[in-house]
Design a protein around this ligand. Structure first.
Ligand code: ZN
Length: 262
């Protein structure tokens, strides 16, 4: 009898926090596409393809050292501005692709501030979301993001995002490369029962970092699969429609013992 009451109480508490964290139920087949490091192909290939398919996406931009100014390798700020004007989200990946677990708060703020000011000067909305360069993170970094009012922060981990148990600053993702098509296709199947699949994509293709290269044909195959199978493909910012981030931060304790890098 007592255990039944406890079970019912546990159920009620769980349903209550679910209701608080979720503004509306997470539909099956929800996928978030994120693009890191601002390689040139995100402007020439990725953005036009997303547009063609009617999909959303988040572009985590930085000035990747040392070759960011080489326009054959990386987007320039005019192109980043154009991506914003096409309706995609521009988000923060630090100024220099810094490992934020090694930065003081002042240094982290400087890294974030540079991208915020660049966006501001180009009429691009101030970024509200963040991705950890090289998946480097620690509890301090989470506090610094909170102090700057960032909404979501994306990590790695190769598992689905569960908004009821993953902290908004520890959003897991899978990273695509030219060899892991089977893994990514299996990942898409996990977008159900309240879980969201988030992908981290670099260059399409990626000339400077071949280990995170996604060939354009493979990227197109993913988009076709998502379209044909009725997936909803959105940006990270769009998740605010489903998730009450303030409540999620209040109710979920950040768990850094989970796998958070790819
Ligand atoms: Zn990066």
């Amino acid at each position: 009898m007592r255990s039944t009451i406890l079970l019912i109480a546990a159920f009620l508490i769980t349903s209550f926090s679910q209701a608080q964290i979720l503004k509306k139920p997470i539909p099956d087949k929800l996928v978030v596409l994120t693009f890191d490091d601002a390689p040139a192909s995100q402007y020439s290939i990725v953005a036009p393809l997303l547009k063609e398919f009617g999909f959303g996406g988040t572009f985590f931009v930085c000035e990747f050292q040392p070759n960011y100014a080489d326009s054959t390798l990386y987007m320039n700020w005019r192109q980043i501005q154009e991506i914003d004007r096409m309706g995609f989200e521009i988000a923060n990946h630090t100024h220099t692709h810094a490992n934020v677990s090694k930065l003081s708060q002042a240094e982290f703020n400087q890294q974030l501030g540079y991208i915020e000011q660049k966006c501001d000067s180009l009429g691009v909305p101030t970024p509200t979301n963040f991705a950890y360069p090289g998946y480097g993170l620690n509890t301090d970094a989470l506090e610094y993001l909170e102090a700057k009012n960032y909404v979501f922060a994306r990590a790695g981990g190769s598992r689905a995002y569960d908004p009821l148990s993953d902290h908004p600053y520890l959003i897991p993702s899978w990273a695509t490369d030219e060899k892991n098509k089977v893994e990514i296709m299996k990942a898409f199947e996990q977008a159900k029962e309240g879980k969201i699949v988030v992908l981290t994509i670099h260059g399409v293709p990626d000339i400077e970092h071949p280990w995170v290269n996604t060939p354009p044909e493979l990227f197109k195959e993913y988009l076709e699969y998502l379209k044909e199978n009725g997936f909803t493909v959105i940006s990270l910012k769009d998740l605010e429609e489903y998730i009450d981030v303030k409540e999620a931060k209040r109710l979920i304790k950040p768990d850094l013992s989970k796998k958070l890098s790819n």
